[in-house]
Design a protein. Structure first.
Length: 85
């Protein structure tokens, strides 16, 4: 559901050097969701998720341009439509 939003964001924020990033975007999203769900500090993310340096910078960039709000609104709108609200 959020993949098109993430893909569009990544297309708008291409690296000048052409570097695609060391981590899959899905893993970055998983780390952000884990941090939001558990409330842990960025430095305390589990070792099977990308590190704080990668995850928090993606989160900050998406927060600054409002992409996080778009991602938040998608499921909310779908739930409201299903409930006919």
């Amino acid at each position: 559901m959020i993949e098109p939003v993430i893909t569009a964001w990544k297309d708008r924020h291409r690296s000048v050097s052409g570097h695609q990033g060391a981590y899959a975007m899905r893993e970055i999203v998983n780390a952000i969701l884990h941090q939001g769900r558990t409330g842990c500090q960025w430095a305390c993310l589990p070792h099977d998720l990308p590190p704080k340096s990668a995850t928090s910078s993606y989160f900050a960039a998406r927060h600054d341009d409002g992409t996080d709000q778009v991602i938040h609104e998608l499921p909310r709108c779908q739930v409201r439509e299903k409930a006919r609200r």
